[in-house]
Design a binder for this molecule. Structure first.
Ligand SMILES: NC(=O)c1ccc[n+]([C@@H]2O[C@H](COP(=O)([O-])OP(=O)(O)OC[C@H]3O[C@@H](n4cnc5c(N)ncnc54)[C@H](O)[C@@H]3O)[C@@H](O)[C@H]2O)c1
Ligand SMILES: [Zn+2]
Length: 374
C-alpha cells in the first residue's frame, strides 16, 4: 500500500483551507491544525470533539491524543448516530456543551464522523458566538468526498432536510482513508456514487480511472484510493471556488439528485441509501438527457456500465409510480423557481446545469429506465 499524501487547497480568499488526504493522518491532526492557527491567542486553545459514541470508540483516542500533544485542551460531546440527530435539539445540546466549557472565539470544534456529524457540528460552529473555527475529520466515504468540503452546514427541521443552515467553511479537513475499513460495504458503495458523479460531470480521465479501479475502491485495496478521495475533493473544490454560495455553477453537483431525491422521498428514506438513490437518479438524468437531445446513448451506456460495475441497481423499480415521481420532481423544482431544470450530461466528463425539459420527456425517460434490459 502506498503512503501517498495529498493536499488540496480550497481557494476562497480569507476563507481558504487545506484538505489533507493520507493514511494515518488522524495522528497528525493536532500538529497540522496548530500549524494553521494564529499564535496570537494567550494560553492553550480549547477543542471540542463532536462525534457519535461508535465513532468515538473507534477513532476518538487517536484524535484526542493528537490534539492534546499539540497543546489543545480537549473535551468531547456525543450525539447518537443517524440522520435524526441532525436536528435543532442536537444543536442545542452542543451549544450547551460549548457554554459549559466557557467556549470563547478561540475554541475549535472538531467534527469526527460522517456527514450528519459534520453538518451538525459545522452548523453549531457557524452560529455559536457568530462563528467558531471548525475542523472536519470525515469518516464515511460520502463525507470524505462530498459533505466535508464546501462549507454547507445545517440541520433538518420538521420533515425538511437542511432547512436551517449556514455557509461556514472549515479551517482544515483531514481525511484518513484508514477510517473507511470499519465502514459497511453498503456505505462504502453509497459514497462511491458521488465519486462516479464527479467523473461524469467534470473529468473523463478520472471516470476511466474509476472504471479500472472500481473493485479495489470498493474493498479499499486500490493503491489509488487516497488519490481518488483527493481528486474528488479537488473537483468539488473547483466548483465551490467559483460559486461558494450556490447561486449558479454549484448546481452541477446536483447531477442525478433531482430524481434521486424524489426516489428517497417516495420511499420515505427507508429503501435506498443516498448513494443508491443518486445512482438511479444519474441514470435517469442520462436518459432524460437523451430525450432532450443533449446526451448520447453511448455515454449513457458508459455511465450505466460503471454504476453496475460498482454494484448499483440502475433499473427503476416497477413499484414506483412514474406519475408520483414526476409530481415530486415538479414539486422539487417549483421551490427553486418555476419549471423543471436539469443538470444534463453533454458527454462523459462534462455536464451543464439549467436545462429545461418538458414533462413528457421526463416521463418517457423514467418509463425507459423501468424497462431497461440488463
Ligand atoms: N454539507 C454538504 O455539502 C453535504 C453533502 C452531502 C451530504 N450531506 C449530508 O450528509 C449526511 C449523510 O452523511 P453520511 O452518508 O456520512 O451518513 P452518516 O453521517 O449518517 O454516517 C452513516 C453511518 O456510518 C457510521 N459511520 C461513520 N463513519 C464510520 C466509520 N468510519 N466506521 C463505521 N461506521 C461509521 C455513522 O455512525 C452512521 O451510522 C446527510 O445528512 C446529508 O444531508 C451534506
Ligand atoms: Zn449527494
Amino acid at each position: 500500500m502506498t503512503q501517498q499524501r495529498y493536499t488540496v487547497t480550497v481557494h476562497l480568499s480569507d476563507r481558504s483551507y487545506d484538505i489533507l488526504v493520507g493514511r494515518g493522518l488522524l495522528a497528525s491532526l493536532g500538529r497540522e491544525l496548530a500549524a494553521r492557527l494564529s499564535s496570537a491567542s494567550t494560553g492553550p486553545r480549547q477543542a471540542l470533539i463532536v462525534s457519535s459514541p461508535e465513532i468515538a470508540n473507534l477513532y476518538g483516542p487517536k484524535v484526542l491524543q493528537s490534539l492534546e500533544s499539540a497543546g489543545f485542551l480537549v473535551r468531547s460531546a456525543f450525539i447518537p448516530a443517524g440522520e435524526q440527530s441532525k436536528s435543532a435539539e442536537s444543536a442545542a445540546k452542543l451549544y450547551q456543551a460549548l457554554y459549559d466549557l466557557a467556549a470563547d472565539r478561540q475554541t475549535i470544534v472538531v467534527a469526527l464522523g460522517g456527514g450528519v456529524i459534520g453538518d451538525l457540528a459545522g452548523f453549531v460552529a457557524a452560529t455559536y458566538t457568530r462563528g467558531l473555527d471548525f475542523v472536519q475529520v470525515p469518516t464515511t466515504l460520502l463525507a470524505q468526498v462530498d459533505s466535508s468540503v464546501g462549507g454547507k452546514t445545517g440541520v433538518n427541521f420538521g420533515s425538511a432536510k437542511n432547512l436551517i443552515g449556514a455557509f461556514h467553511q472549515p479551517r482544515l479537513v483531514v481525511i484518513d482513508p484508514e477510517t473507511l475499513s470499519t465502514l459497511s460495504a453498503r456505505e462504502r458503495r453509497s459514497g462511491l456514487a458521488e465519486v462516479i458523479k464527479y467523473g461524469i460531470i467534470a473529468d473523463k480521465v478520472f471516470f476511466d480511472l474509476l472504471r479500472s479501479e472500481v473493485a479495489g475502491l470498493l474493498d479499499l485495496t486500490s493503491e489509488h484510493l487516497a488519490f481518488v478521495l483527493a481528486h474528488s475533493c479537488t473537483l468539488k473544490a473547483r466548483v465551490v471556488e467559483q460559486d461558494e454560495r450556490d447561486e449558479g455553477l454549484r448546481a452541477i453537483l446536483n447531477f442525478g439528485h433531482t430524481v434521486g431525491h424524489a426516489l428517497e422521498a417516495i420511499t420515505l428514506y427507508q429503501t435506498y441509501t443516498h448513494g443508491e438513490a443518486i445512482a438511479l437518479g444519474m441514470v435517469s438524468a442520462a436518459l432524460i438527457g437523451e430525450e432532450a437531445g443533449i446526451t448520447r446513448p453511448e455515454d449513457t451506456l458508459a455511465a450505466i456500465g460503471l454504476l453496475r460495475a460498482a454494484g448499483f441497481n440502475i433499473r427503476l423499480d416497477s413499484s414506483h409510480s412514474v406519475d408520483e415521481l414526476v409530481r415530486l420532481i415538479a414539486w422539487d423544482k417549483k421551490s427553486v423557481g418555476g419549471s423543471a431544470r436539469f443538470v444534463l450530461m453533454e458527454e462523459i466528463g462534462h455536464a451543464t446545469p439549467g436545462h429545461r425539459v418538458p414533462e413528457a420527456a421526463i416521463r418517457r425517460a423514467l418509463e425507459r429506465q423501468a424497462a431497461l434490459v440488463l
